[in-house]
Design a protein. Structure first.
Lengths: 780, 170, 293
């Protein structure tokens, strides 16, 4: 049965790469981590083995809101096998979160604010003992009134979660570009609609956790599945009182992230303190039920949109959003800001206002999740476009094409679209679905566009969008690339290797990429906002140019020719003037090390210098990102009128992501984006709470993910586009499609059965209800 | 029977053949196969995803059948034979399903990958020439959060082709 | 308690049926039988039950067998797995209704692990095998140290997760009477995804003789505290013409006969709306399977 693997290097298809000659960019190269992953050798957190490691467990609040009057850990400490118990008292008081909005201690000080809030923790010889020890910790709770609904929480007499803030609206943003009052006054038509989206769970296949080792020499090492090693390092140092030089964060295999692993998280801090107290390494991993009720989620959102139309053009929009942030602010302000900013960029509008509210409630913390406000507002915006087109008797495709952004546009909020093939995306996606063909029976087709970012300055952590890369060339001409980002499953290490190979002129086999270790790599903000490839990629190009300089200077010396005539191709120095010149890079490298007494080593740092955040650290205008990907999602659906079940048969996604560094990886991102979007649109129920403030479910049997059997056919269309900003013309690709699928489905269902659903997820239950209402309302 | 006889039963030597090698585990009653593979035998390729049989990340082959190791008690497996993801390759050569996963981009985060590959191997030993619909049906329990399954299904079909000796490009 | 680890318990692994029954008789409420483990171990992990002792019965080979003859009908040992069920020649033909279940049940891994006895004794209102066995008029054989009794499956369930099984009693097998040659069966369900528990399930067996329904048995799952038979609708159909109008009328009778709840999978209202439709489709599935004459 076993046989040797086929040779895996697939040469670049120059058509796919845009007709230009590239060595590595644009090639469908297999991922460099694939062999480890298919053989079970990739090490994720739970696979990290350290001598004498203990198991950590967290005691979590069973109450949605309670004052903690006292914690007695005596019995737990005396249980055989227990090596450490920690509570707030053992920690440096440090609040996780952005600047003035930081409001979350890793362990509750005197208040627990949601079911799942971290109250105490133990480390023991094995998991069973650690779990038993949790049951021996006695917590004296004074149960407090609680609030679950953000609109309730916004009322002046609501229970306030954080006394020092005096309000549950811990973040809000009000911005206006142009003048909406004038815009609406001059409009031919004004439409106002309201939409809701659920609390989607990330459901990473690997649960959250970490391994921490606070060693005798006062250094703290942490192995964690983070998207942002340097961010974790920075804040973990603050949370432990250690200098940053003593904290090392090592990203291990990441079993899915999707935004949920962007931050320093309470369990990182807790594991560190357990390790400090036990003086042994501690491995702390969530159970699947903790993953549901205690780890973070997407923000449920209520979005109201008022849109003004004049002469068939969308001129004015006013978006109001209320986001349920859960018990602590963390990224709520940033997600809320991003939602409003994204909405400003969808069409060529002239006037825009955004009123956003991030509201705290006694529920699980909401955080970054694929799309970052996009799926909530994308569902609303693109549903409303179809609703408006219908009311005006317009074709929704033509309506979109007329209003769509084009290359060279600057949006109302100041984003400059250095490349934009949105109209082509719309045409390609609808063509793939045979759009104009007559619908038979209860079939329907739906379209939605998407807008995304690639890179984002002014994030929740810091006012930076920096990435750094170091390139070292060995004496044999092979290359190490050390980057500050993190391979989180997206193929980052592979595509960054491609960029380095292309930029220097060596085959990909000669490049080894190392990412995710804060001791190795210079600073990088992290893997969020689809920034990794564009910022790290540019940093790598900058470093690669320096390496090339070194090599070409040395080669010119060796060959005694002018440097200008030399190029690097396929491991060799070649001359433009003399075809016989063919000097191996290894020879040049050896010369530099030995004859010149130098090392081949260069660093590239890239900060796009885009806009600065406003004083709250939220998205501010103008601009926002380095460059912008666009997409169109078209899907068809068939509705069973009797049971109101529906089946999405086919999804076509056309995306303008600039030049695809690796089309296979880009397709993988598109397909994954569809998966998250379609799950949110259909079967993922959202984490809801009962009247007692308890989560309604804890297990995968209740929270469904779409299966291989449920997924429709997906066409991934990469529209030809070259962005002048990104390395080799690339842009970010992920997130924006997730933001589009919900509206495409709602629009398709309307097309099929004439029912408009404005709350996600769309279920047969809701459709049945709406169809019944519609038929009752119809005059007989 | 008294409590003492029940207690005496509390740990017992269990003999398993794991990836072709004899293994002995002094197992407590509550020890799952998943835990034994990972913590006793250091075979960490088999993953904990949910513990309740709802994700299939922990799939291994037990006596020629795909099972969920998180719901098997080691104590009930005396004399059984287990194959894990580590047993599919010998370090230099890999199984065709593994090869196609790597080649066709069926791997993203990789956490569901071992379970997927074990399940597809079980499918292909039952049905060497499955249709796309059959692959999708057989994989209905194996959850993946990254790929939308597109390239996983493609890899399974390509592996079937390559195992059937079809050298045509997939 | 968590889904990461099982809390401690003692495990007994009797080699014979007598030994198993003896253990069970002596230990009473302290012990539970462990078959495939796919329900019991999950319930333990999520903290729904905390048994002190499990009696693992996998070694008792005689409980894993399927046989069929006209005299005794279909006899299925309690430890028969779903995989056994779909692969046995005995479940072909008229018993295709059982393969309808194995075709869609959970996932392939659980098909290899889950047992017929386990699914029935778990007594979930949504247990997929239960409606088919109800319409097949199955009986279950219950053994204990004290003796043997045979119970109609229709009398076996008391409520969600509750059965008439007594302390120390073990279900050893399910028996299904032989069906008339022209009787056909079908099972259908609706779910959120391809791997899910039923929102509503329906099972039917029937014959159409000279254009009219005969020997009709109908059951629904997940619409009441237990899976239920529908004798009123069976009686209505019996002798009536096998046409769309009759079936439609029968389907419309369903809503009055069920008491569904709202849970995480669906709502009471929706279940009420679609239960009749699913039943109608199960009946039509049967009709489409009538032997070609």
């Amino acid at each position: 049965m076993l046989k040797s693997p086929d040779p895996l290097i697939v040469r670049n298809d120059s058509a796919e790469a845009g007709g230009e000659e590239f060595v590595a960019v644009g090639a469908r190269l297999p991922r460099t981590d694939a062999w480890r992953k298919v053989t079970g050798q990739e090490h994720y957190m739970e696979d990290v083995r350290l001598p004498k490691a203990l198991w950590g467990k967290i005691l979590r609040s069973p109450h949605p809101h309670a004052r903690i009057r006292g914690i007695d850990t005596t019995r737990a400490e005396h249980l055989a096998g227990v090596k450490a118990v920690v509570t707030f008292k053992d920690t440096v008081p440090f609040k996780i979160g952005y600047a003035s909005h930081a409001d979350q201690y890793a362990l509750c000080s005197d208040r627990a604010r949601f079911v799942g809030d971290e109250v105490a923790a133990v480390a023991a010889l094995d998991e069973e003992t650690a779990e038993r020890a949790l049951s021996l910790i006695e917590v004296d709770y004074e149960v407090l009134p609680f609030v679950l609904d953000p609109f309730e929480a916004m009322k002046p007499d609501a229970v306030v979660l954080h006394d020092d803030k005096g309000t549950n609206i811990t973040t809000e943003q009000h911005v206006e570009h142009g003048c909406i009052e004038k815009g609406f006054a001059e409009a031919d038509h004004v439409f106002e609609d309201e939409f809701n989206t659920q609390r989607q769970c990330h459901v990473c296949m690997e649960v959250h956790g970490c391994v921490a080792n606070w060693a005798i020499d006062g250094t703290l090492a942490i192995w964690t599945s983070t998207q942002s090693p340097h961010i974790v390092k920075r804040f973990l140092a603050e949370a432990t009182g250690l200098p940053m030089s003593k904290v090392r964060v090592m990203r291990v295999g990441v079993g899915g992230a999707f935004g949920s692993r962007t931050d320093l998280m309470p369990h990182d801090v807790i594991a560190a303190y357990l390790s400090k107290k036990a003086r042994r390494p501690v491995k702390l991993l969530f159970s699947r039920q903790e993953e549901f009720y205690a780890s973070a989620t997407r923000h449920p959102a209520n979005v109201r949109i008022k849109t003004g139309i004049k002469n068939g053009m969308i001129t004015t929009r006013h978006v109001t959003a209320v986001l349920n942030g859960g018990a602590y602010t963390t990224q709520t302000g940033a997600v809320m800001g991003s939602l409003g900013w994204k909405a400003s960029n969808y069409y060529r509008i002239e006037n825009y206002r955004y009123d956003g509210f991030g509201v705290l409630t006694n529920t699980s913390v909401a955080t970054a999740y694929r799309g970052y406000g996009g799926p909530q507002v994308g569902f609303a915006l693109e549903s409303q476009i179809d609703m408006i087109a219908m009311r005006l008797g317009e074709d929704p495709v033509a309506f979109r094409l007329r209003n769509a952004n084009r290359e060279g546009d600057t949006s109302v909020s100041g984003s400059y679209f250095s490349s934009c093939q949105l109209t082509q995306c719309i045409e390609r996606a609808t063509d793939a679905l045979d759009w104009s063909r007559l619908r038979i029976g209860d079939q329907g087709k739906g379209l939605a566009i998407g807008f995304g970012e690639s890179g984002w300055r002014g994030s929740y952590y810091n006012n930076s969008d920096v990435s750094a890369a170091t390139i070292k060339m060995n004496m044999d001409g092979s290359i190490h690339v050390i980057v500050g980002g993190s391979e989180i499953g997206t193929g980052y290490d592979t595509t960054m290797g491609q960029v380095a190979a292309e930029a220097i002129g060596v085959p990909i086999e000669d490049v080894t990429v190392r990412s995710g270790d804060t001791d190795d790599a210079a600073y990088d903000c992290g893997m969020y906002a689809s920034r990794g490839a564009i910022t790290s990629g540019t940093a790598i190009r900058i470093a690669a140019e320096k390496i090339k300089d070194l090599l070409l200077d040395a080669a010119a010396d060796i060959l005694r020719v002018r440097r200008g005539e030399l190029i690097i191709r396929d491991r060799h120095i070649l001359s433009r003037n003399d075809a016989s010149t063919r000097l191996p890079l290894a020879k040049v490298a050896e010369h530099i090390y030995e004859a010149d007494g130098l090392a081949i080593f260069a660093t590239g740092i890239y900060d796009p210098q885009t806009h600065l955040a406003d004083e709250h650290g939220f998205h501010a205008s103008p601009g926002g990102s380095i460059t912008y990907p666009f997409c169109a999602v078209a899907l068809d659906v068939e509705v069973d009128r009797e049971t109101c079940e529906f089946k999405v048969k086919h999804i076509a996604v056309a995306v303008d992501c600039g030049r695809a560094l690796n089309p296979t990886i880009v397709e993988g991102q598109i397909e994954g984006d569809v998966f998250h979007g379609l799950g949110m649109a259909t079967v993922e129920p959202g984490l809801d709470y009962n009247k007692a403030g308890q989560p309604k479910f804890h297990h995968l049997v209740d929270y469904k993910l779409l299966t291989a059997e449920d997924m429709p056919k997906i066409d991934s269309i990469i529209v030809k586009s070259v962005d002048p900003t990104g390395p080799f013309g690339m842009k970010g690709v992920t997130q924006l499609i997730t933001s589009s699928v919900g509206a495409a489905l709602a629009n398709a269902i309307y097309d099929a059965v004439g029912i408009r659903l404005t709350d996600l997820p769309i279920t047969p239950e809701k459709l049945a209800e709406a169809m019944e209402c519609a038929s009752n309302a119809k005059p007989h | 029977m008294n409590d003492k006889t029940i207690k005496q039963e509390s740990k017992r030597l269990i003999r398993l053949t794991v990836n072709g090698e004899p293994s002995e585990i002094f197992a407590a009653a509550n020890e799952t196969l998943l835990s034994a593979l990972r913590n006793r035998l250091d075979l960490t390729g088999t993953k904990y995803g949910c513990g309740t049989g709802d994700c299939c990340a922990c799939t291994v082959i037990l006596d020629d059948e795909a099972v969920l190791s998180c719901l098997c008690l080691v104590r009930e497996l005396d004399g059984c034979s287990v194959t894990t993801i580590e047993g599919l390759s010998d370090g230099t050569r890999v199984n065709p399903v593994q090869a196609k996963f790597a080649e066709l981009g069926a791997v993203q985060c990789g956490f569901c990958t071992p379970g997927m590959i074990m399940t597809i191997n079980a499918l292909l030993s039952e049905n060497p020439n499955p249709s796309e619909a059959e692959v999708r049906h057989y994989l209905r329990g194996n959850l993946c959060r990254c790929t939308g399954y597109v390239k996983i299904v493609a890899a399974a079909l390509a592996a079937a082709k390559s195992m059937n000796g079809d050298t045509a490009k997939c | 308690m968590s889904t990461r680890v099982l809390t401690e318990f003692s495990l007994l692994t009797p080699q014979t049926l007598d030994e198993a029954l003896e253990f069970a008789g002596k230990l009473g409420d302290r012990a539970r039988f462990l078959a495939g483990g796919t329900d019991l171990l999950v319930k333990m992990k999520i903290g729904a039950i905390e048994p002190e002792i499990l009696i693992g019965i996998k070694k008792i080979r005689q409980l894993r067998a399927i046989s069929y003859d006209r005299e005794s009908g279909l006899v299925i040992g309690a430890l028969t797995t779903y995989r056994d069920l779909c692969q046995s020649p005995a479940t072909g033909g008229a018993y295709a209704i059982l393969r309808d279940v194995t075709d869609i049940f959970a996932n392939e891994q659980l098909l290899n692990m889950g047992t017929v006895g386990g699914n029935i004794c778990n007594a979930s209102p949504a247990g997929d095998l239960i409606p088919p066995f109800l319409v097949l008029d199955a009986r279950v054989e219950l053994l204990s140290h004290a003796g043997t009794r045979s119970v109609r499956l229709a009398d076996f369930f008391v409520g969600p997760g509750k059965t008439v099984l007594r302390r120390g009693e073990l279900m050893s097998r399910v028996t299904v009477p032989a069906l008339a040659a022209d009787v056909v069966g079908g099972f259908l369900r609706i779910t959120r995804t391809a791997e899910d528990l039923a929102k509503v399930s329906a099972a039917a067996v029937l014959a159409v003789r000279k254009g009219v329904f005969a020997d009709v048995r109908l059951a629904l799952g997940a619409v009441a505290p237990t899976a239920i038979l529908l004798p009123q609708i069976e009686a209505y159909l019996e002798g009536r013409p096998a046409d769309d109008k009759t079936i439609e009328t029968a389907a419309n009778m369903v809503a009055e006969l069920i008491s569904p709840i709202t849970d995480l999978r669906s709502t009471a209202k929706y279940r009420t709306k679609v239960a009749g439709i699913v039943l109608k489709r199960a009946i039509n599935l049967c009709i489409s399977r009538r032997p070609k004459l």
